[in-house]
Design a protein around this ligand. Structure first.
Ligand code: C2E
Ligand code: SIN
Ligand code: SIN
Ligand code: FE
Length: 401
């Protein structure tokens, strides 16, 4: 009787962990395929996602050919490639019937079977597919949502052998876990899209009234996530900040345009008005059960407090300011300095960093500032990607008009 070794068990557990904490579908599918192949020792494998009456390649790996393609690499033409589901292919048969297929040798499938093996991939790549295991992924209602296909099972002696009954059981239990994760992450993807959309719309109403706001809120989230990783947050908590930080200025919806959009310096009275935006934001986000919104509320309320106690609205000081507020305070100023606003141009990076460093222990929490220094490369690459490159594109478009 075969049994799982302890490393394989650990891998299986690890998949469980990554399935629950992984919210991005692309990484998840790639990861699922890798882990299940490792556990079973399959040379190759493909994960198909069912979309309408088609199957789409989501991830594909082959050790012999040394290929690993996943939807993570967006440009790859293999991904997003779809084919109509038909009983004639192995994966299609599993998708249509919901049955598991275990094939000893793909080249010796009887003519009487409804399915057959398409050798064109093998021919093109000089590969020889022998044993195949095709398992449909089903959601809670038993509907097929994808197919997991494993190819060429190696035994301990390095020989290709058929997949065993034991593997079928293993993959079956595994597939249901993956299917739940797939359903969840599809939901999550959709929620996140609508979340970003909503926050951008609110931000456009609230602030710059133009498209650059969408990039601003993404940068805020990315910077905050980077700093929280650096400060030792768990992946889940760092991801929470990624989506909570963009809402810090939501209270600006309550500030009159004449003040918010004023091209020049604010008067003392106008400053008073603008300084109410943290409380307005906190009020908007009050009373939610969602951890994400709760964190957003804390950030909205405290992102203008300063480490030395001279901020607003409560003039709280040092560690009395929640850590997420101290993180947002720093990333907010970094973004305000390094990009252009209706009242100021972007400063060059040397000047930005000069101002930032002079505020360590004054405006900024020293620990958060140190995390910023340690993660500076990553911060600057986000800045490059989500500001410089994005701006250059916008300018080109404007010139064309
Ligand atoms: P914001 O533009 O997102 O700026 C956020 C924070 O970045 C500011 O908070 C401030 O701490 C920092 N910051 C921005 N520009 C500079 C700068 O040139 N030098 C330095 N050392 N720090 C800078 P603050 O001051 O509490 O302002 C909050 C919000 O009030 C700003 O958000 C902006 O919407 C508005 N605001 C501030 N000053 C002006 C202004 O002179 N004119 C206009 N129209 N709005 C202003
Ligand atoms: C495919 O599904 O087209 C690849 C191999 C097979 O399942 O026949
Ligand atoms: C908002 O302003 O309402 C959202 C966050 C931002 O633009 O900084
Ligand atoms: Fe603010």
């Amino acid at each position: 009787m075969e049994h799982l070794n302890t490393q394989a068990l650990r891998d299986l557990l690890e998949v469980g962990v990554s399935l629950s904490s992984e919210t991005r579908l692309d990484r998840l599918l790639d990861n699922v395929l890798e882990k299940v192949r490792k556990i079973i020792d399959a040379d190759a494998g493909t994960l198909y996602v069912k979309e309408g009456n088609k199957l789409r390649f989501a991830a594909s790996q082959n050790d012999t050919l040394q290929t690993r393609v996943s939807a993570v690499e967006r440009g790859n033409p293999l991904l997003n490639m779809t084919f109509p589901i038909s009983k004639k292919s192995l994966s299609g048969y599993a998708a249509v019937t919901g049955e598991i297929l275990r094939i000893r040798d793909a080249y010796e499938i009887k003519k009487s079977e409804p399915y057959g093996f398409d050798r064109s991939f093998d021919k093109k790549n000089n590969y020889r597919t022998r044993s195949v295991l095709c398992v449909p992924l089903k959601d809670r209602e038993g509907q097929v949502i994808g197919v997991l296909q494993l190819i060429n099972n190696y035994n301990k002696q390095g020989k290709v052998v058929p997949f065993s009954e034991f593997h079928v059981e293993l993959v079956r239990s595994f597939a249901s876990q993956a299917a739940v994760a797939l359903t969840n992450s599809q939901l999550t993807e959709d929620l996140l899209d609508s979340y970003y959309d909503t926050v951008s719309r609110l931000a456009v109403v609230a602030e710059y009234k133009d498209k650059s706001t969408a990039m601003h809120i993404k940068r805020m989230g990315m910077y905050a996530q980077t700093l929280s990783y650096q400060l030792g947050f768990s992946q889940e908590d760092a991801e929470c900040l990624l989506y909570a930080a963009p809402m810090h200025d939501i209270g600006k919806v309550g500030i009159p345009d004449a003040v918010l959009m004023k091209p020049g310096k604010l008067t003392a009275a106008e400053r008073k008005v603008i300084e109410t935006h943290p409380q307005i934001g906190a009020k908007i986000l009050e009373g939610s059960k969602s951890e994400l919104i709760k964190t957003s509320r804390v950030i909205a309320m405290t992102h203008h407090e300063k480490w030395n106690g001279t901020g607003y609205p409560q003039q709280i000081k040092g560690k009395k300011i929640p850590l997420v507020g101290r993180i947002a305070a720093l990333t907010d100023v970094f973004d305000a300095l390094s990009t252009s606003r209706c009242y100021k141009n972007a400063f060059d990076m040397e000047r930005v960093l000069g101002i930032m460093r002079s505020e360590k222990g004054q405006h900024f929490c020293p620990t958060v500032m140190e995390a910023f220094e340690s993660a500076l490369d990553e911060i600057l690459s986000t800045y490059d990607r989500l500001y410089l490159k994005a701006e250059a594109k916008t300018k080109k478009l404007k010139i064309k008009k």
